[in-house]
Each structure stands twice: as structure tokens, then as C-alpha cells.
Write a protein that binds this ligand. Structure first.
Ligand code: ADP
Length: 562
């Protein structure tokens, strides 16, 4: 019953509100014409009277002159009544010439019409000011192509809107992902009564996301990609793609890249490379949980466990197992290399293999969950900050004094002091967990979205401590970023989608490395750290120089905005 009611809210209800300004305009136009077609009676009466005076004067003068001719009286001798008739004739003649537009100003009718039009224009302006008229549709809504649904599809739309056909089954039922998305979208608009105009549907490969990236699609969101760089890192130049809607961010990172370039580039080191997964299991006693812990951490057990783990993939190689106990519950943090994949699927499959294997010797082990949050994925956690997750990278550069002055518009001492009081002391005061930086998350998120990474992993991937120190007798600036848990991949997930793959290609790290497995994803992690270094350098300089608000006013407050 409720569904039916909702369904009865047609899309036309949205289109009515969109088209209503047109209706409003039309009604005004109607009034306009009706006024011009029904002239005001006042000017008509005046016209009739003038005509009467004109013809009466002519008639009187003709009769008077005929009598004069008959009685041989001179025509030029004019009586007072003839004089009055002549004056009346002349006056009415001039009026009629003016009326027909032969001489002088606009005829009264046109004048009246113009006056009426002026009045109506003013009325409309007032109406626009005071009457609540629906706003015009946004430009995107006007431009977006209408989604054409065939009569066959219309039946399916009805079925989805009425709940007879499950929305999630459209792809498998139709075998056409684009058609499924169009039908789902139409049904959604009908159910909600809300228009999706502005959310594009066309020009997207819906087959490429099936069973991989996104379920039940109805379109896609557009995010602009800007380029910062060249970032000179480990002797290579990178153009860094950043998908963001935050004004200033790309410009600022670009300035940081410029400062690094002018100072001879940055250097990076990958300290660790391993993805983690930590299942939670429960025993009937803490002693049994401890027995398993001892077994897992015994170096003699490692090979046996690794053999079970590594069966999950030719790229998954078990590195370490670290356990934590909470009473009868055991958390086992498995770390493994994952080649060029970010590795969550890979490590999870390996862990499942080990759990299956352990069940033989520990049949009393109760598996509570494949993930017990000691991993720790997409949540702020000290374990990632201390132990690392994904790639742990340190990146450094020495920025020359003149570059600090000319490009960054500040000085080394101010930067060092600001870093100490903001990124170190300030963050300590705030009780930060891995947040000893100015805005690592900004750069990480923009790069992650552009290159098809999991943006939710920005939480631990943005853990970063930024250090600054005056070097070379206090003249130059040593800056470093240490990031223990950068979780990136160049295969799997969103990395294979066309636009994301294009951004990876720009960085020269698209797909699997054909030299050493994992080389591409590790290089991507160093680019993330290098771009963060550039971002830290530029934002910290802007704050030190007091430019932050000014540059945001310039880049974030575009005059295009309404
Ligand atoms: P994730 O584990 O990050 O979720 P996926 O499981 O989606 O990644 O993708 C990894 C897949 O890619 C695996 O099936 C793996 O065998 C394959 N693959 C191909 N080449 C590589 C490589 N160089 N490194 C890692 N995985 C690779």
C-alpha cells in the first residue's frame, strides 16, 4: 500500500516543479496580449470625437464655399464661423496625422501598449522578487541527456519500483550492465520522486565494475583530476595526479614539488612491505589460547604455517605472525607480502588456509571472525602506527635556503619552529595517533582516488610524522615524512578501471611489475610519501608566512560561485 503511494509520486512531479517557471512566464505573456487586443476605451472616444469634428468642419466649409460661389461672394472674405471651422479642421487634421504616425510621437495606442508593457515588466520583476518561484534547474540538469527507456524496459522499471523485481538481480537477469543501471536509476527516481539529473550515466563501462568495484550502480560521480609536479624523487620525475574538489590543494602540492625540484629532489626508502590480517579465535581457557600463541610464535612452526598460508596465491608470502591475548581470546596478526596487489583479499585467503590447518591440532579452537580488528583495517589504531601495515616509507629532502625564501616565501627558522609547535607538540597535546603532520590525509586521499586505491584506507595510510631541522650551519632545511602504513596496489580493486589505470600509467606504475613482483606498488607508495612531503612543505610554509587564509580566499572563493 505504502509502495503504491510512493510509486504514484511520478517523476513528473519533479518535472512539474522544473517546468513551472516556464508556465509562470507564459501566463504573463498571455496577460500582455490580452491587454493589447482590448484597447482602453478612453483613446477610442477621443478618436471618434476628433473624426466627427474633422468631418463636420470640412462639411461646413464646403457648404459655406458653395453658397459663396453661387452668390458670387469673394472666397477670401472669411466669417467668424468659417474661421472657427478652419481652426477645428486644422486641429483635428493634425491630431489625426499624429494618430496614424505620419507626424510627431507614437500613436496613443502604441504608447498605451508600451506603457502597459512597462507596467507588466515591472510587475514581473516585483513578482520575481517577492513571489516564491521555483529556481531554474542547474546547468548540468539542462545539459544531461534524457535517459530513454523502451516500452519493454518500462515494464521492468515498474517491476523494480513495485518491488516485484529485485534491483540487485538486474545485471544477471538482463546480461547488460548499462541497461541494468539505466533501469535501476529510472525506478529509483520513480520510488523517491527525486531527479538524478546531473549524475551522469553515459560514457562509463559498467561491465568493468561488475562483481569487483560497485554493486547496483545508477551512474558515477565526477571528480576533477589535477596534476602536481614534476616531483623529483629518487632521480625520477613524476607528474602526480590528484583527484580532489578542494581548491588550493593541487596548487599547494605543486609549489612543494617545485621547491623540492629546485633543491635537487627527494629521496625515499621502503622500510617494510606487508599486508596484515588478524582473525580472532576463542578457547574454553586462557591456557589453551596461550598454547596456540606459543605454537604460532615458535620459529620452528613457521615453515609449516607458511606452507599452508602461501597456498592462497603465488604472490602471498607469509612474513610474520604476532599474537595478542585477551583472556581466552587470541588475536593472530599475520603479515605477508602481496606483490603489486594492496593485498587484503590475498592475506585473508592465506589466513583462512592457516585456520583450516590449525583446526586439526586445535579442534577446540572456536573461530569468531576472520578479522578481529587487530589487523587493523580502516580504523585509527596504534598497531599500524607502531608495527606498520602495507608499505612503511620514509622520504626526505634538503631544501636550500634561497628556495625556502624565494619559492616558499618563508625562512628555515620559522618552519622549524612551526613544525615543532604544531606537528609535534600540538599533535601531542591533542593526543594524536599517527597525526604528527599538517595535512598528509589531503594528499593521500587525492592520490588514492585518482589511482583507484581504497579511499577508506586513507585512515592508516595518512599516519605520518613530519620532521624539520635546520642543517648546513642552520642555512638549509631538512624535511622528512615517515609513513608506516601506506596501503596501495597497482593490480586488483579499482586500479583496473579505465580512468584510474590512466593515472597509474602516468606515474609509470600501471598493473603488475614485469621485473620484480611488488616493484610497482612499492614505487607508488614512495610517490605517495614524496607528494606528502611536497604538501607538508608548502602548507607549513603558507602557515609560517601567514598566507593560508589569503590563498584560500584566492583559490577557494572563485568569482564563478553564486
Ligand atoms: P587485493 O588482495 O589487493 O584485494 P585482488 O585479490 O583483487 O587484490 O588482486 C590480486 C590479484 O591479482 C590476484 O588474483 C593475483 O594473483 C593477481 N596478480 C597478478 N599479478 C600480480 C602481482 N604482480 N602482484 C599481486 N597480484 C597479482
Amino acid at each position: 500500500m505504502e509502495l503504491k503511494q510512493i510509486q504514484q509520486i511520478p517523476l513528473t512531479s519533479t518535472s512539474t516543479s522544473i517546468s513551472s517557471p516556464v508556465k509562470h512566464k507564459k501566463s504573463i505573456t498571455n496577460i500582455d496580449y490580452s491587454f493589447s487586443e482590448n484597447p482602453n476605451p478612453a483613446p477610442s472616444l477621443l478618436l471618434y470625437l476628433t473624426n466627427a469634428v474633422f468631418f463636420a468642419a470640412v462639411y461646413f466649409l464646403l457648404v459655406s464655399w458653395r453658397d459663396k460661389i453661387r452668390h458670387s461672394k469673394p472666397l477670401h472674405v472669411i466669417s467668424s464661423s468659417e474661421m472657427a471651422a478652419l481652426l477645428a479642421f486644422a486641429a483635428s487634421f493634425v491630431y489625426l496625422l499624429g494618430f496614424f504616425g505620419i507626424i510627431g510621437s507614437n500613436p496613443p495606442q502604441e504608447q498605451e501598449q508600451q506603457e502597459e508593457e512597462e507596467k507588466l515588466k515591472k510587475k514581473k520583476e516585483n513578482d520575481d522578487d517577492h513571489v516564491v518561484t521555483p529556481p531554474p534547474p542547474p546547468p548540468a540538469a539542462i545539459k544531461s541527456d534524457p535517459i530513454i527507456i523502451s516500452s519493454d524496459d518500462e515494464e521492468i522499471v515498474k517491476g523494480v519500483a513495485e518491488g516485484r523485481i529485485p534491483s540487485y538481480s538486474l545485471e544477471s537477469k538482463l546480461g547488460d550492465c548499462k541497461r541494468a543501471a539505466a533501469i535501476r536509476r529510472k525506478a529509483l527516481e520513480r520510488i523517491t520522486g527525486k531527479s538524478l539529473d546531473g549524475l551522469p550515466l553515459e560514457s562509463f563501462d559498467y561491465e568493468s565494475i561488475l562483481g569487483q568495484c560497485c554493486e547496483m550502480p545508477v551512474g558515477y560521480v565526477q571528480i576533477p583530476v589535477g596534476i602536481a609536479g614534476p616531483l623529483l624523487l629518487d632521480g625520477e620525475e613524476y607528474s602526480v595526479p590528484m583527484a580532489t574538489t578542494e581548491g588550493c590543494l593541487v596548487a599547494s602540492t605543486n609549489r612543494g614539488c617545485k621547491a623540492i625540484y629546485a633543491s635537487g629532489g627527494a629521496t625515499s626508502v621502503v622500510l617494510r612491505d606487508g599486508m596484515t590480517r588478524a582473525p580472532v579465535v576463542r578457547f574454553s581457557t586462557a591456557k589453551r589460547a596461550a598454547q596456540l600463541k606459543l605454537f604460532l610464535e615458535d620459529p620452528l612452526s613457521f615453515d609449516t604455517i607458511a606452507t599452508a598460508f602461501n597456498k592462497s596465491s603465488r604472490f602471498a608470502r607469509l612474513q610474520t605472525i604476532k599474537c595478542a591475548i585477551a583472556g581466552k581470546n587470541l588475536y593472530m596478526r599475520f603479515t605477508c607480502s602481496t606483490g603489486d596487489a594492496m593485498g587484503m583479499n590475498m592475506v585473508s585467503k592465506g589466513v583462512q588456509n592457516v585456520l583450516d590447518f590449525l583446526q586439526t591440532d586445535f579442534p577446540d579452537m572456536d573461530i569468531i571472525g576472520i578479522s578481529g580488528n587487530f589487523c587493523s583495517d580502516k580504523k585509527p589504531a596504534a598497531v599500524n602506527w607502531i608495527e606498520g601495515r602495507g608499505k612503511s616509507v620514509v622520504c626526505e629532502a634538503i631544501i636550500k635556503e634561497e628556495v625556502v625564501n624565494k619559492v616558499l616565501k618563508t625562512d628555515v627558522a620559522s618552519l622549524v619552529e612551526l613544525n615543532m609547535l604544531k606537528n609535534l607538540t600540538g599533535s601531542a597535546m591533542a593526543g594524536a595517533l599517527g597525526g604528527f603532520n599538517a595535512h598528509a590525509a589531503n594528499i593521500v586521499s587525492a592520490l588514492y582516488i585518482a589511482t583507484g586505491q581504497d579511499p577508506a584506507q586513507n585512515i592508516e595510510s595518512s599516519h605520518c610524522i613530519t620532521m624539520m631541522e635546520a642543517v648546513n650551519e642552520g642555512k638549509d632545511l631538512h624535511i622528512s615524512v615517515t609513513m608506516p602504513s601506506i596501503e596501495v596496489g597497482t593490480v586488483g580493486g579499482g586500479t583496473q578501471l579505465a580512468s584510474q589505470a590512466a593515472c597509474l600509467n602516468l606515474l609509470g606504475v600501471k598493473g603488475a611489475s614485469n621485473k620484480v613482483p611488488g616493484a610497482n606498488s612499492r614505487r607508488l607508495a614512495t610517490v605517495v610519501a614524496g607528494a606528502v612531503l611536497a604538501g607538508e612543505l608548502s602548507l607549513m610554509s603558507a602557515i609560517a608566512a601567514g598566507q593560508l587564509v589569503k590563498s584560500h580566499m584566492k583559490y577557494n572563493r572563485s568569482s564563478n560561485k553564486p
